[in-house]
Design a protein around this ligand. Structure first.
Ligand SMILES: [Zn+2]
Length: 355
């Protein structure tokens, strides 16, 4: 192989074909002139020898000119990190096989409150893009990004994608929020990913972000997104049919994270077990809540996997409501339809206790 004909090439990525000089002059096989005549029409004994080497030369040329090559393509996948699994699933739905996505928080962890471990910084160090929920749900990610020392994904960098950009936040405080009180929703309710009706806006923002980093794949991202939204629309018809007869049903949530989903399907949230987002219930608050729940015949207490199940169970027992644990974040499932599958499970569980 090779011998004197195939000296190791020197990196001259920007050199135009046929003008690279020296041994790279062999690339004249690919020059516009020889392409016009077709490389094989010019075969002299010397170029016949080159002809045998043509596949190799093409590979070298491909590497030099940045042409597609399977190994190069695999390495060219965008490495994306999402703060929460919901955004991982939606990024996979848009990015398809052009992305490799990892999530920082697991499905069983409270997304408000994640311990920053060195393993998170390792994930972030190699990332081309970071997808955040925003609205201060995952502001802990800033600390992890800082620790990762990766300038490509800091706030405002091209690789920083804030999925809340196209969302109309609910429950935006009208006055100034005193953060010293510990309220964890100072910019409005950040749990919009739990409402499947927000997925078109979220995926549009993700698409913009991915296409900023890999403009050559924009059409693929658009196709992937459209296919996902078509499947989502079918599922939405199913969810509307299930939830339609339950409009006006009354619930209490442990943490205030279902308001987007409840608003979508006309479910009334009478109150929350937490006194305010992130602030535990005082005895006086619980007494008031239980009285209201009895008066209004609240049917269900909705609780997240990481909240105090015992307290939620006690409130449900005392008021005759039914207790239901919903997936307030995607579980371990992955793939483009994990988002739809999780919403399916939530709608099934919620509708069962509201009937
Ligand atoms: Zn919250």
């Amino acid at each position: 192989m090779g011998g004197p004909e195939m000296a190791p090439h020197t990196p001259q990525r920007s050199a135009p074909p046929g003008k690279a000089g020296g041994r790279l002059g062999r690339l004249t096989l690919l020059s516009p002139r020889s392409a016009r005549f077709g490389p094989l029409t010019l075969l002299s004994p010397r170029s016949a020898r080159l002809g045998r080497l043509a596949p190799l030369i093409l590979i070298v040329a491909g590497l030099l000119l940045g042409c597609p090559d399977p190994a190069v393509e695999a390495a060219a996948k965008l490495r994306v990190v999402a703060t929460i699994p919901d955004l991982k699933a939606l990024t996979e739905a848009v990015g398809g096989d052009r992305v490799e996505v990892d999530a920082l928080a697991r499905g069983t962890q409270n997304p408000h409150d994640l311990e920053i471990r060195p393993s998170l910084m390792v994930k972030l160090r190699r990332a081309d893009a970071l997808v955040v929920n925003g609205l201060e749900l995952d502001s802990w990610a800033e600390v992890a990004v800082h620790g990762s020392n990766n300038g490509r994904i800091i706030t405002g960098a091209p690789g920083y994608i804030d999925a809340s950009r196209g969302i109309q936040p609910l429950e935006v405080p009208s006055g100034r929020v005193d953060r010293s009180m510990g309220d964890v929703h100072p910019l409005g309710n950040p749990h919009y990913t739990l409402d499947p009706g927000q997925a078109p806006a979220i995926t549009a923002t993700i698409l913009d972000g991915l296409a900023r980093l890999a403009p050559e794949h924009r059409a693929t991202f658009e196709r992937n997104r459209q296919a996902f939204l078509a499947r989502l629309e079918q599922a939405m018809a199913r969810w509307n049919a299930t939830m339609g007869p339950l409009r006006g049903a009354k619930t209490v949530a442990y943490h205030n994270d279902w308001v987007y989903l409840f608003t979508r399907f006309g479910i009334t949230q009478v109150g929350t077990i937490e006194e305010r987002p992130g602030i535990p219930a005082s005895p006086a608050h619980l007494a008031r809540l239980i009285r209201t729940m009895k008066e209004q015949a609240v049917k269900a207490v909705v609780v997240e996997p990481w909240s105090d199940q015992q307290l939620a169970g006690r409130v449900a027992r005392e008021t005759g409501a039914r207790l239901v644990v919903l997936n307030a974040k995607l579980g371990q499932s992955s793939g483009p339809d994990a988002y739809i599958a999780t919403t399916d499970a939530n709608i099934a569980a919620l509708s069962a206790v509201l009937r």
